[in-house]
Structure formats: structure tokens, C-alpha cells
Design a protein around this ligand. Structure first.
Ligand code: NAP
Length: 301
């Protein structure tokens, strides 16, 4: 994570939200030589980046004051509104410190409607916005192999593309504000339905007395294979429920997808079923476990 020395020509970058995803992503920008200012609500999570050369700010506002391009990566729509728009009486948010012409790039997964709302509010102050959610999990964040789907103005996309290419392998401009988040919702319903398919398949294999790992290996290598079977089924079989992607976040993403579908007057029965299962898992107290814990709602494999 050592920054290079000559970074005088590079834009100054801010990163807000240093969780499982944000911390390694911010680290890649720092390693690429971008002058980096970070903020995290729980300050302890800034320590490794500070050691590597990042400046630590006391608020999202202070990050924005020190940056030309400000990344955000927080949990849910209200959290994004809190860090970008701040509180009613407190000049705490990105909007309170950002200069006209600066760009806010959101890597969180939030509602498409929230992305559009924030884009419009920032635009009124001359600040640009891109919704740029990611997929590829913690591994993709650590290895900088994420897929990044970006909504917003094409011109702004081109300006931040060199930075996004430090974070991911596949980076696509998919449409106007909100289109990145809508694409992510589609990604999330696929992921959740595949996880449920994985859990149901393992439940049958177990009930039939098959060797779970051999079953997984053979079906993962054929036409029924999936990213979930390759990457998450081994963890589920081993009883390793540590999070890469938390079940509670998957539950949030299914809520976002269902809300978007309702607004479009579209019925999504499989997503509805997956949402029910993830809600059940969260109600069992497993929201902070990895999404592979969904097998628990079929009984542990
Ligand atoms: P995480 O480890 O739980 O981190 C969440 C981050 O958001 C933390 O830095 C947290 O600060 C911050 N935060 C939350 N609410 C906040 C608020 N109201 N004000 C200020 N900061 C706040 O989650 P993650 O896995 O990195 O996920 C981050 C986002 O990426 C989510 O939208 C998630 O759906 C999405 N995502 C995750 C994955 C994955 O595999 N993990 C993959 C793709 C997309 P504290 O440290 O103080 O709690």
C-alpha cells in the first residue's frame, strides 16, 4: 500500500466508509499514488490506511473539503444520505464541503431512487454524482477484480474511469443516474436466488446421504455450476459462516429490488421467496454472518 512519490498531477481523492469493501478499495487508490483523505464513523478502522499514508479527517465534510473526487461506501440508503447530505442543523455532510466541479462516486448498494435524489441535490450545488455499485465480494475488493456498474453523466464517468480501473476489472457505464443501482439490484436478485438454489441442493444431497463435497465438486463443474457453488458452498459445507458479504446486507438488497419492482408494477416471485428466506435468517440472529449461512434456513448441511 505504499503510495508513489510524484502525485502532484493526480486528483485528490477522498474515501468515506472503510468497511469490508471500502478499506481495501481505498487502499488501492492510495497505492496508485492518489493523495487520499479518509473518514470512517468508527475511527479505529482508519488506522492501517493512516500508517500507509492517508490523511484521516473528522467528518465527511472535511473529506470533501480536501478532495476533488469523493468516494462513499456505506451500508444503506439512509446512511448514504447521512454522510452526503448531512444532518439538518449540522454542516457535517459531503455537500457542506464539496466544491462545484467535484465528483461524488458512490460504491455502496442503495436504492436507485436514493441515487437519483442525491444526484439532483448535489447537481443544484454544481457537484457531480455517479452511482457506482460493485460486485465481486470481499475477494474482488481485495484483489481489485470487482465489476463496477456506473450510472450518471458519461463525461464524469470518463473522468473517474482511471480510478475505477484501479478497483475493478470490468467497469461499465450503464446509463443515467440510478442505472448503476438498478443494475446492481438485478445482480443481487440473481445472487440471492443462486444462493437459495445452492442451499436447497445441499439440503437434498445431505438428506440422501451423499458426500457433500464430492457432490458440490461434480455439479459445480457442469451446466449447473455457479459462482455460489464454486466460492460459497465449500464454506457452507465446512460450517464457516464468517462474512465476506453479510446476510443482513443481502436482505437489504432484496428489499431494494422488491421496492424497485413494485414501483415498476412487476411481480418477482423467486425474489420474493429469496427475500423471505433471508429475512428468516436475519430473524434467526444471523444477519452479521456471511450469505452462505442461508443453508441454515434449510437446516445445516
Ligand atoms: P461493512 O463492512 O458493514 O461496512 C459498512 C461501512 O459503512 C462501515 O465503514 C460503516 O462505518 C459505514 N456506515 C454505515 N452506516 C453509516 C452511517 N450512518 N454513517 C457513517 N458511516 C456509516 O459493509 P461492506 O460489506 O463493506 O458493504 C458496504 C456496502 O457495499 C454495502 O452497501 C454493501 O451492500 C455493498 N457491497 C458489499 C459487498 C461485500 O461482499 N461485502 C459486495 C458488494 C457490495 P462503521 O465502521 O462505523 O460501522
Amino acid at each position: 500500500m505504499k503510495p508513489s512519490n510524484d502525485n502532484s498531477q493526480l486528483p485528490r481523492v477522498g474515501y468515506i466508509g472503510l468497511g469490508i469493501m471500502g478499506r481495501p478499495m481505498a487502499g488501492h487508490l492510495l497505492s496508485a499514488g492518489y493523495p487520499l483523505t479518509v473518514f470512517n464513523r468508527t475511527r479505529a478502522k482508519t488506522a492501517s490506511l493512516a500508517v500507509a499514508g492517508a490523511r484521516v479527517a473528522d467528518s465527511p465534510r472535511a473529506v470533501a473539503e480536501a478532495s476533488d473526487i469523493i468516494f462513499t461506501n456505506v451500508t444503506d440508503s439512509p446512511d448514504l444520505e447521512a454522510v452526503v447530505l448531512g444532518e439538518a442543523d449540522e454542516p457535517f455532510g459531503v455537500i457542506d464541503g464539496a466544491r462545484p466541479g467535484s465528483i461524488v462516486v458512490d460504491n455502496s448498494t442503495v436504492a436507485p431512487a436514493t441515487a437519483k435524489k442525491i444526484a439532483a441535490i448535489l447537481q443544484a450545488k454544481g457537484v457531480h454524482f455517479l452511482d457506482a455499485p460493485v460486485t465481486g465480494g470481499e475477494k474482488g475488493a481485495v484483489e481489485a477484480t470487482l465489476a463496477i456498474m456506473v450510472g450518471g453523466e458519461e463525461k464524469m464517468f470518463q473522468r473517474v474511469l482511471p480510478l475505477l480501473q484501479r478497483l475493478g476489472k470490468t467497469v461499465l457505464h450503464v446509463g443515467p443516474h440510478g442505472a448503476g443501482q438498478m443494475t446492481k439490484a438485478i445482480n443481487q436478485i440473481l445472487g440471492a436466488i443462486h444462493l437459495c438454489a445452492m442451499a436447497e441442493a445441499l439440503a437434498l444431497a445431505k438428506a440422501a446421504g451423499l458426500d457433500l463435497e464430492k457432490t458440490r465438486q461434480i455439479v459445480a463443474s457442469g451446466a449447473a455450476g455457479s459462482w455460489m457453488l464454486t466460492n460459497l458452498a465449500p464454506r457452507a459445507i465446512a460450517g464457516d459462516f464468517r462474512p465476506g458479504f453479510k446476510a443482513g446486507l443481502q436482505n437489504k438488497d432484496l428489499r431494494i429490488a422488491m421496492e424497485a419492482a413494485t414501483q415498476l408494477d412487476l411481480d418477482l416471485p423467486l425474489t420474493q421467496l429469496a427475500k423471505h428466506r433471508f429475512k428468516q435468517l436475519v430473524d434467526m440472529g444471523c444477519g452479521d454472518e456471511g450469505t452462505q449461512a442461508i443453508v441454515k434456513t434449510w437446516g445445516k448441511p
